[in-house]
Design a protein around this ligand. Structure first.
Ligand code: GLV
Ligand code: MN
Ligand code: MN
Length: 420
């Protein structure tokens, strides 16, 4: 049978079945779909992905950083490569599509190429990146950072709120810190990275677009703030004699909202806050707050960081509460490759799909890889713009459309990119 042009994925039902299967590998004690990195469900899930890669005909391995990697050899031995993939770890109580779509679609791209007897010149590398979501040590995109040399020995010494070391926790799930730190790819040999992902916001639905072409990915500044005050009796201690760490933290939460709300593209979130002792009749002695600012504008991010620094210290000083502000590994905004955006746009047109260009407010491995490898992202719509929650939903037909754009983008890149 002649091969169609543009090519259409050959087993869309397999793509859907893979997503359904992944949604069964979860921690079922938590509502929603939870497969967090550093947990048993994630280890099982990633081994299942590796087995599916092997069934699709890929040479598979798990690298020192825990990334599950499958390679479809190109026709020129030793040629440079094209990379695609995403992540299968989830947030706590997350959905079934974030990350999973990009991995399942990459598998379907491989199956379709093979079913149609299409051989690429470049090696095609499919990756299920390890630990994309921010973990409890405040580090996100662990696998892609390791692959591109953007993680350090100091990061291994980060501790969670229980005092557990990140490096020790990695070893517990079979990722050896020394191996992680040396799991670097020769990024000069990777000519392109393309990731398919759900949008996770409302833009495509509002525009009535089938496909989103990502122009840039937001920058992120994450932080942890520890407030140290003094425990006192809640009934007998006059308000002006207190050193209430909880009030300093609460004022800082509102400062995050105030700073971010002042700019249309600014985002500011407090994701976690603790009070200790945890009792209704004791003035809070200590409090810890974890949060982040995001924006595609690096200057705004710097300014937001400076304003927040001033705000937390003023919240502390006015209550004689000690403040320790720690900036966690952060990300600068990442720009996507214009040539690749144009290629995906052309392919979406040829597939009869409507499209919009947008920046991503969500973080992605693509943002890390883009610092070293020309990169593009293709989005498909999220129902009601919801994500990082059990209601996250993307229609099957939209996922299949996205996989078709990914497939044809890879074929065109293979033809048009130089390789050596
Ligand atoms: C990851 O999904 C993030 O945007 O935090
Ligand atoms: Mn996510
Ligand atoms: Mn994701």
């Amino acid at each position: 049978m002649p091969v169609s042009d543009p090519l259409i994925i050959s087993e869309p039902q397999q793509l859907t079945a893979d997503l359904v299967h992944l949604s069964t590998i979860i921690d079922s004690t938590i509502p929603g779909w939870t497969r967090q990195a550093l947990t048993e469900a994630d280890v099982v899930g990633r081994h299942w992905v590796r087995a599916r890669m092997a069934e699709a005909g890929l040479e598979t391995r798990i690298d020192g950083a825990g990334n599950v990697i499958g390679v479809l050899r190109g026709t020129a031995p030793g040629a440079s490569s094209i990379m695609t993939g995403s992540h299968t770890d989830t947030v706590e109580g997350g959905g079934r599509y974030d990350g999973n779509v990009g991995v399942a679609a990459a598998l379907e791209v491989v199956r379709t190429l093979r079913a149609n007897g299409i051989e690429l010149r470049h090696d095609l590398i499919v990756v299920d990146f390890f630990s994309e979501e921010p973990n409890r040590f405040g580090i996100s995109c662990v696998g892609s950072r390791a692959m591109t040399g953007q993680i350090s020995t100091e990061d291994m010494d980060r501790v969670d709120s229980e005092g557990v070391r990140f490096g020790d926790e990695l070893s517990r799930v079979g990722v050896v810190p020394e191996a992680l730190l040396s799991a670097r790819f020769d990024t000069n040999r990777v000519k392109a990275f393309v990731e398919l992902h759900i949008e996770q916001g409302p833009h495509l639905e509002e525009q009535g677009s089938d496909i989103g072409l990502v122009t840039s990915i937001t920058g992120i500044k994450r932080f942890r703030v520890a407030f140290q005050g003094q425990p006192d009796h809640a009934g007998t201690t006059p308000m002006n004699r207190r050193r209430d760490a909880g009030c300093a933290a609460a004022g800082s939460v509102l400062a995050i909202e105030r700073i971010a709300s002042a700019n249309v593209d600014g985002r500011g979130t407090t994701g976690l806050i603790t009070f200790s002792p945890d009792a209704v009749n004791i003035v809070t002695e200590s409090s810890e707050l974890w949060g982040e600012f995001r924006s595609p504008d690096l200057d705004w991010l710097h300014a937001a960081g400076n304003k927040f620094h001033a705000a937390v210290h003023s919240e502390g000083a006015s209550r004689s509460v000690d403040v320790e502000l720690e900036w966690l590994p952060s990300e600068q905004p990442a720009v996507m490759d214009n040539r690749f955006i144009d290629i995906s746009s052309r392919e979406a047109d040829r597939l009869g799909l409507t499209q919009s260009r947008l920046y991503s407010g969500a973080e992605h491995d693509a943002a890390i890889l883009a610092k070293k490898i020309p990169t593009a992202m293709i989005f498909v719509p999220s129902k009601d713009g919801r994500s990082h929650c059990p209601d996250e939903f993307t229609a099957e037909k939209d996922i299949h459309s996205g996989a078709n754009v990914l497939l044809n983008t890879i074929i065109t890149l293979d033809r048009e990119l130089d390789f050596d």
